[in-house]
Design a protein around this ligand. Structure first.
Ligand code: BGC
Length: 460
C-alpha cells in the first residue's frame, strides 16, 4: 500500500537549535542566550551561539533537503531576530534572512511550514515577566502580524506554539529549561492560560494577514498505548491519553508531572473548554479568567499537529483513573535519552486524536537520538534510526488503513542540533553535523527516508 496521494513528507528544525549567529544583524538576546550562561543548566555549558551555523548556510542546507526529496520543511522564526526588544522596532535584516530562506525553499519546490514560537523568547520580554505577563498574548499577536505581513504572500502553512507543555511545564515548573523558574501550580496555570491566549490571537492575526492560510499548533502529543489489544486495555489507553492527573505534591516534579498531559492544552484550543477533570483536580490553584478568553483560544484550525516520540504503556485498572502504567517487555529498546522505543505510539496516538478531534493529522515531530559515528570513508551507518522510522511510520500506515486521517509526517530533525539542556550530546538528525567545522554528512537513514518519500511509503 502506498500512502494517500495528498500525504506529505518533511523534516523539522527550530531557530535556536540550528541558526547560530546569536548576535548578528541586530538580533536581540533570547532567553536561551542567557539561560545557557547560567552554570550547571546545560550539558557541559554548551550554548547555541553558533549551533549548526545554519544562518550562513541556507543554500547548502536547502540543497541537502532537496537531495533527500523533502516536500515540506518545518522551521521556526526567532522572535528576537525580528523584534530585538520583543515589541516596537522591527529589525529588517532578521526578516530578510527568513525571506531568503523561504525563497530558496520555494525555488527547490519545498513547502515552508513556519512555527512562530519554538522557545526562544526575547530576553527583553522575559524581563517584563515572560509568559506570566498578561500583555504577552498581545505582544505575540503583534509579532505574528509583523511576520505574516512580510512572509504571508508565500508561506501558507503556520504553527503557532511548539509544545506549551515544555515551555511552560519544563521551564516554569521544573526549571530545567529557560528561564529556569520553579513556580507554583497556580502560576503555571496563569502562564499556560496566557500561552493559550497567545495561540488564539496569533491565529486571528494569521487569518487577517495571510490569504488561504492553513494554521495549527504543535503541542506534545502525550499519548498512551495499550499493553494488549483487549477492549479494556484499549479503553484504558484512550482514557489515559485525555486524562489530567492531580499533582501528587507541590514539588516542581509534582507540578510538572500533572501539567504533562494532552487534554489541558488541546481541549481549550479545539473545544473551547478546560477539561472538567483538570478543573476539579487543580481546584483552588485554578486562576479566575474571563470566559470570553476561551472564545479567543478556540479558533477554527485546519489540522491537528502533535510531536510524538513515545508513549507509555497502560493496562486497565480498577482505580480512579481507570488505568495503570506498566513497563514495556524486558529488552525493549531505548534511545540515548532513555526513552522507550514504541513504534505503535503513532498508531495509537493518531487513532485517539482522530476520534476526538477529527481534523487531518500531521506528525509535527518524531525522531530518535542515537550514537552516530562517522566512518573513515565519511559514512554514518545509523541502522537504529532506519528501524525507528520504519516502525513509527509503519504505525502511521496501519492507522491510515483503518481510516485515521493522517496527512503528513515531519521527521525530527533534519540535522543534528543543540538539544536544549542536553547541549550537543544528543544527535537526532538525518544529517550529521560536525560542530567544529560545520561539515554536514547525510546519514544512511536519510537515504532510507528518501526512498520512503520517493515511493510514497510503498517500501515500508
Ligand atoms: C522539541 C524539540 C526537541 C525534540 C527532542 C521536542 O520536545 O520540540 O525542540 O529537540 O523534542 O527532544
Amino acid at each position: 500500500m502506498t500512502f494517500p496521494t495528498h500525504f506529505r513528507w518533511g523534516a523539522a528544525t527550530s531557530s535556536y537549535q540550528i541558526e547560530g549567529a546569536w548576535n548578528e544583524d541586530g538580533k536581540g538576546l533570547s532567553i536561551w542566550d542567557t539561560f545557557t550562561e547560567m552554570p550547571g543548566k546545560v550539558f557541559r555549558g554548551h550554548d547555541g551561539k553558533d549551533a549548526c551555523d545554519h544562518y550562513h548556510r541556507i543554500d547548502e542546507d536547502v540543497k541537502i533537503m532537496s537531495d533527500i526529496g523533502l516536500q515540506m520543511y518545518r522551521f521556526s522564526l526567532s522572535w528576537p531576530r525580528i523584534l530585538p526588544q520583543g515589541t516596537g522596532k522591527v529589525e529588517t535584516r532578521g526578516l530578510d534572512f527568513y525571506d531568503r530562506l523561504v525563497d530558496a525553499l520555494l525555488k527547490a519546490n519545498i513547502e515552508p511550514w513556519i512555527t512562530l514560537y519554538h522557545w526562544d523568547l526575547p530576553w527583553a520580554l522575559q524581563l517584563r515577566g515572560g509568559w506570566m505577563n498578561p500583555e504577552i498574548s498581545d505582544q505575540f499577536q503583534n509579532y505574528t502580524e509583523v511576520v505574516a505581513q512580510r512572509l504571508g504572500d508565500r508561506v501558507k502553512h503556520w504553527f503557532t506554539l511548539n509544545e506549551p507543555q515544555v515551555f511552560i511545564g519544563l521551564a516554569y515548573a521544573l526549571g530545567a529549561h529557560a528561564p529556569g523558574w520553579k513556580l507554583s501550580l497556580q502560576e503555571n496555570l496563569v502562564a499556560g492560560h496566557n500561552a493559550l491566549l497567545a495561540h488564539g490571537k496569533a491565529v486571528q492575526a494569521l487569518r487577517a494577514n495571510v490569504q488561504d492560510s492553513k494554521v495549527g499548533a504543535a503541542p506534545v502529543g502525550i499519548c498512551f498505548r495499550p499493553a494488549t489489544e483487549s477492549a479494556e486495555d484499549i479503553e484504558a489507553a484512550r482514557r489515559a491519553t485525555f486524562n489530567v492527573k492531580a499533582p501528587a505534591n507541590s514539588t516542581p516534579e509534582g507540578i510538572f508531572d500533572s501539567l504533562w498531559n494532552s487534554a489541558w492544552w488541546m481541549e481549550p484550543m479545539f473545544n473551547g473548554r478546560y477539561p472538567e477533570e483538570g478543573l476539579e483536580r487543580y481546584g483552588d490553584a485554578m486562576p479566575a479568567f474571563d470566559e470570553a478568553d476561551l472564545k479567543i483560544i478556540q479558533q477554527p484550525l485546519d489540522f491537528f499537529g502533535a510531536n510524538i516520540y513515545h508513549a507509555q504503556t497502560v493496562v486497565a485498572a480498577d482505580n480512579e483513573d481507570g488505568y495503570k502504567i506498566v513497563n514495556p517487555p524486558a529488552g525493549n529498546p531505548r534511545n540515548t535519552m532513555n526513552w522507550d522505543i514504541v513504534p505503535d505510539a503513532l498508531y495509537w496516538g493518531g487513532k485517539f486524536y482522530h476520534e476526538r478531534y477529527g481534523l487531518p493529522i500531521f506528525v509535527t515531530e518524531n525522531g530518535i537520538p542515537c550514537v552516530d559515528m562517522v566512518s573513515p570513508d565519511k559514512k554514518v551507518e545509523d541502522g537504529s534510526r532506519k528501524e525507528f522510522i520504519r516502525g513509527y511510520v509503519g504505525g502511521v500506515k496501519r492507522a491510515l488503513s483503518e481510516g485515521v486521517n493522517f496527512a503528513g509526517y515531519f521527521y525530527w530533525s533534519l540535522m543534528d542540533n543543540f538539544e536544549w539542556a542536553e547541549g550537543y550530546s544528543q544527535r537526532f538528525g538525518l544529517v550529521h553535523v560536525n560542530y567544529q567545522t560545520f561539515e554536514r554528512i547525510p546519514k544512511e537513514s536519510s537515504k532510507f527516508y528518501s526512498e520512503i518519500i520517493r515511493t510514497n511509503g510503498a517500501i515500508l
